[in-house]
Write a protein that binds this ligand. Structure first.
Ligand code: ASP
Length: 323
């Protein structure tokens, strides 16, 4: 096998959806692309300095969590009750260790809390108040819920409530929200990253605010290992975005790994099958980024667009939005 030692790859996403060029202002498009570039820059810095895939994806995701543009951390969408409840997970492909937090409301960077769960607890998933108590003990920054307030997102909630809909993220669309939702369907948020480091290890992570108008403590695929996130050095690292219920039912992230392990599918074959056949057939909107142990990567989605970017040892950072 061709050696990947001394080579690194970092792939990120900032959600999928009906991201139509005509519906996006030039300023907003530029802001998205710029934030994706900063995310790649911060992650790559770690990989270039011989750091781990885990630390690189945490850094890359934190940049997107700190931006109001993406549906994660600061930009999280609102629940039916007008709250921001966030989910995140991270997995190390070398050890199969993983950590996740769900329904947290005060953690500034849920991805860092998920990493603390992976590294410093004997559990994999912590939820709500318990997760916050643990994160605080581990030194994660907790903030007042007002930190997550965003007027545009709040209007999205009002609209979703009027239409009695649970919706995926509508960031990136212009102010004509109503028209856009009617004309262009749904749009999903969520951020994720997968990386291969120079030591040959894979890792994957995902962070989200979930779906606008979600109710009754709904938790999506993002914090569920195997559904929204999965990494295994012998196969691949995967981070998903889309209509979470479909990703849970189809155990999408693990399904990609399983197709490679049991059927000897290539990463591309596995992703194409799951995103464009299996999910599409069920009307399950979404996409994923994935990376195999040789450094091959895919960015697959069955929607109009996906905020995404990649940087490798051999190639400069590249960021894209549309199909
Ligand atoms: N998958 C996320 C969820 O269902 C949403 C998204 O990717 O936008 O919670």
């Amino acid at each position: 096998m061709e050696s990947t030692k001394n080579k690194y790859v970092l792939v990120i996403h900032g959600g999928v959806g009906t991201i139509i060029k005509g519906n996006m202002t030039t300023e907003k498009e530029a802001a998205y692309l710029e934030t994706l570039k900063i995310s790649l820059f911060e992650g790559e810095k770690i990989l270039r300095n011989k750091g781990t895939a885990i630390n690189a994806i945490e850094a890359a995701i934190s940049v997107m969590e700190d931006s109001p543009l993406f549906n994660a951390g600061k930009g999280s969408v609102f629940t039916h009750e007008g709250k921001n409840e966030m989910d995140a997970s991270i997995m190390d492909g070398a050890s199969l260790n993983a950590g996740a937090v769900a329904s947290v409301t005060h953690i500034k960077n849920p991805i860092s809390a998920a990493l603390q769960v992976m590294q410093h607890s004997s559990h994999i998933m912590l939820v709500g108040d318990g997760a916050e108590k643990f994160a605080k003990q581990q030194g994660c920054e907790l903030v007042d819920t007002s930190y997550f307030y965003n007027e545009e997102r709040f209007q999205q909630l009002k609209l979703a409530q009027q239409n009695n809909e649970v919706m995926l993220d509508h960031s990136g669309e212009n102010n004509n929200l109503e028209g856009n939702i009617e004309n262009s369907g749904r749009k999903l948020g969520t951020v994720g990253a997968v990386a291969l480091d120079i030591h040959g290890n894979l890792a994957a992570a995902t962070s989200t605010g979930g779906m606008t108008n979600k109710q009754f403590g709904r938790i999506g695929d993002t914090p569920i290992i195997g559904a929204g996130t999965y990494a295994n050095n012998t196969t691949c690292a995967v981070s998903c975005t889309g209509h979470g219920e479909y990703f849970i039912k189809n155990v999408v992230a693990y399904d990609i790994s399983a197709l490679m392990e049991y059927k000897q599918s290539t990463l591309k074959e596995a992703a194409t099958y799951v995103i464009h056949k299996k999910l599409k057939h069920q009307n399950g909107e979404g996409g994923l980024i994935a990376l195999d142990k040789k450094g091959n990567y895919v960015m697959s989605f069955n929607t109009e667009g996906m905020y995404r970017g990649v940087v490798t040892t051999d190639h400069k950072p590249k960021v894209e939005i549309y199909k």
